[in-house]
Structures are given as structure tokens and as C-alpha cells.
Design a protein around this ligand. Structure first.
Ligand SMILES: [Zn+2]
Length: 234
């Protein structure tokens, strides 16, 4: 409603809760604080969507692979694309013609991305062997995502809680983050050191190694862990 369209601050806070990969506790606390701050406790729409939050809020899909997509993104994106090609009330023969044009353009875009991957130079952020390796096996888009996580490692400190099994990654500037933000994440490595799981759930959700787990892998030079989680690096 009005609040969303007129109040930029509310909009940003709302989007952060909806789009960021956060834990259930963070979502619950963030939502509570947002309702309180903007006096929205009795807002009918927000109350209604909160009741069905397990169907749309990201934290409830932490263990589910979604390739970084939200539940409606796929159809919304298809609708958006079609609207750019097909005018409303368009006759069937024109629809088919325009649809073919759309397909042609999409294929051209895909070839462009493939070329970009094979031809363009790579910008390494930290020059670690794993980064150089990733630059060779990932597409440019995926490598950029990987680089973002690698960069974030610098803002976290790692503590070994149980030797070689359990770690804690803490954000170094906890006070600058939202009050509801979780700043500590637990990472567990299984017994044969071939698999890890991090509380943030980013790997399960997007198949991108999160900065917390990346720290564990890099800290001990545990290449077997990295190999397992970046299968195409084998
Ligand atoms: Zn994590």
C-alpha cells in the first residue's frame, strides 16, 4: 500500500526480509521489529501473508535447492519477457511470430554469455589457487557469485569449537548490522571430512559455497572439502 510506495526506508527493510537468505529466527525477529516500528501489527495484508510465511519466506526453504530463485520468480519472469514482445489482445498468428522472435533473442543472449565466459579476461580478487581454479571451470556469472563469497570471508573471523569438526564464524562488524541479523554461524564438518553444513543454508539453497564454509575450507587448506562442494572442480 501507501507505506510501501511512499516510504523508502520501509521498502528497503521489507525487501531485506523477503529477499535475503536469512535464518528463521532472523526472519521472525526482523518481522516483529518491522511491524512494531511502523505500527503495522493489525495490518490485514501483512497479517495474512505472515500466516502463510512457510509458503513464501526464504528461511523456510533453506534446505531446498532453488537455484537462487524465489517461488514465483520463474513465472513472473516469463510473463515479463512475453509482455515485452506480445502486445495485449494480439491475434494468434502474431503471437507465434513474436514468440519465435523471443526465442531467437534468448538463444542469442545465451550464446553471448557463453562467449563472454570463454573469451573475456578474469578479474581475480584474492589470487588464491582455488579462485584461479574456479575461474577456469565456472561460467563468468557463477564465478562472480563465488568471488562475492570469497570477498565476504574477510569480514568474518573463524573459531574452531571442536577440532576439525565444528567451527564458528563471526561477523567482525556485528554492531553495524541490523539488530535482528545473526552474526554467528555454526559450520559442521562430517567425520570423513567430505561434507560440511552451515547454519545459513546458502549452499543447500543456491549451490554456492557460503563465505562461512569457505573460510573453513581455506583455513585448513582442506582441499577435499572444496572439491566435494565444487564438483566441477574435480
Ligand atoms: Zn554459511
Amino acid at each position: 500500500g501507501v507505506l510501501w510506495s511512499k516510504n523508502n526506508e520501509f521498502k528497503l527493510e521489507f525487501h531485506k526480509l523477503v529477499h535475503h537468505m536469512i535464518t528463521e529466527e532472523e526472519f521472525e525477529e526482523g518481522w516483529r521489529q518491522m511491524l512494531e516500528k511502523y505500527s503495522l501489527k493489525k495490518h490485514p495484508f501483512l497479517t495474512q501473508i505472515y500466516e502463510v510465511r512457510h509458503k513464501w519466506a526464504k528461511p523456510y526453504f533453506r534446505g531446498v535447492f532453488c537455484a537462487r530463485m524465489t517461488s514465483t520468480q520463474r513465472s513472473e519472469s516469463a510473463n515479463h519477457l512475453l509482455k515485452g514482445y506480445v502486445p495485449p489482445g494480439c491475434p494468434m498468428h502474431l503471437f507465434l511470430k513474436q514468440f519465435q522472435k523471443l526465442q531467437f533473442d534468448r538463444e542469442a543472449e545465451e550464446s553471448f554469455q557463453e562467449k563472454r565466459t570463454s573469451l573475456s579476461g578474469v578479474c581475480l580478487r584474492v589470487n588464491l589457487p582455488i579462485e584461479r581454479h574456479a575461474s577456469k571451470v565456472y561460467t563468468r556469472a557463477m564465478f562472480e557469485k563465488f568471488g562475492e563469497e570469497l570477498y565476504k570471508c574477510g569480514a568474518h573471523v573463524l573459531d574452531e569449537v571442536v577440532p576439525r569438526r565444528v567451527y564458528k564464524s563471526t561477523h567482525v562488524e556485528a554492531e553495524k548490522r541490523e539488530k535482528w541479523s545473526k552474526v554467528e554461524f555454526k559450520i559442521e564438518v562430517d567425520e570423513d571430512e567430505s561434507f560440511f553444513s552451515c547454519e545459513c543454508g546458502y549452499f543447500e539453497h543456491a549451490r554456492i559455497v557460503c563465505c562461512h564454509a569457505l573460510q573453513v575450507c581455506l583455513g585448513d587448506q582442506r582441499t577435499s572439502l572444496i572439491m566435494f562442494h565444487l564438483p566441477c572442480l574435480l
